[in-house]
Design a protein around this ligand. Sequence first.
Ligand code: GLU
Length: 394
Amino acid sequence: MTSTSGSGRDFGELRRVVVKVGSGIIAPAGRLDPPVIERIAQDVTTLRDKGLEVVLVVSGAVAAGYLGMGSDRPPVSVVERQAAAAVGQYQLMTMFASVFEERATVVAQLLMMQDDIEDRRRFLSARHTLQELLSRGILPIVNENDPLADDEAKIGDNDHLAALVTSLITADLLVILSTVAGVLRFRDELEAKEGAEVISTIEVGSEIDDHITDDQSETGVGGMKAKVRAARLASDWGVPTVIASGKEPGLLSRIVSGEDVGSLFVPADKRLTERKRWIAIRTRSVGSISVDDGAKRALVERGASLLPAGIVEVEGEFGIGERVDLLDGSGQAFAVGLVSYPASEIQRMKGRQSEEFLEVLGYKYVEEIVHREDLVLLDSKNNSEERFADDDDD
Ligand code: GLU
């Protein structure tokens, strides 16, 4: 555990940190870069020596694998990417295992894809595995399960994966190491090349899109946009995120000590329960329910559950417990939630009073179509009723 109070940035007591390292840093031009990996191992070891639990999210399987696979260019097709990742992931882990072994640290590999997040049981299973590893002082190294993940099954980019892992293990800080020093303040190409200033603090809801370039490497998928999206996600769950340079030795240690380096995304003033975070981070909604203004107000302002009377429209085929988007009159999604009834029954009950369940359906399961405990508002500015601290309720 390390404390930052009294220094530049106050992260409070830090216990768990997720550090994401991208392909551009560890495997530029199709080859793993041993000195860089050595340096990262040293920096991570410094954090662990301070008593912090660290989970690494490491990209580079595709980048490191394509030459070894006998190709002279980054893969184009999905299956080529998968094959390159199968070669590269092994090389990547071999190298990380070796540099950490020199530092008396055992590493573990965890490969995840979308279903591991969507499915509550697999999600909890991943969480328990990570917790067990951390409690034994092992360093988990996470990547997407690229060799098996086709485009449908993918989480997509490792910045997003890192944000999900942050939620999965209830980390206190997410650090995304980038090839640039943070989110840069510049207006044109020329300024960008000459070294623009890093935006030090990014508040919830601030407009920074003008500053984000769409840089993208051939083997990584993120670019700064994906990093900012991931940082926003984590900060929306109340976890601070720092995007900083992955090229500077010793920077990680300075970041956790609260030094003003890189760009800090200030966390939203709320802590969702673990279960609500899981509802929010799942990537797919299987349908939608449109509600009237009165119902939206009750959900947003009064922290109410969704009852049948406020429902205007139901879209999609879904069963009990599946996730849907809740839409307002303009078709805008303002919340996500797990339904207590299947789509066909909600269709029949929409606009009706709760007393009519028996008459219309012939049975009543519960009163709420989406119970408050199964609902998460999307806009943090409206989330006043979610401002409670609750941690591991799995
Ligand atoms: N998971 C991919 C890899 O290891 C990289 C994805 C990303 O760059 O975000 O190659």
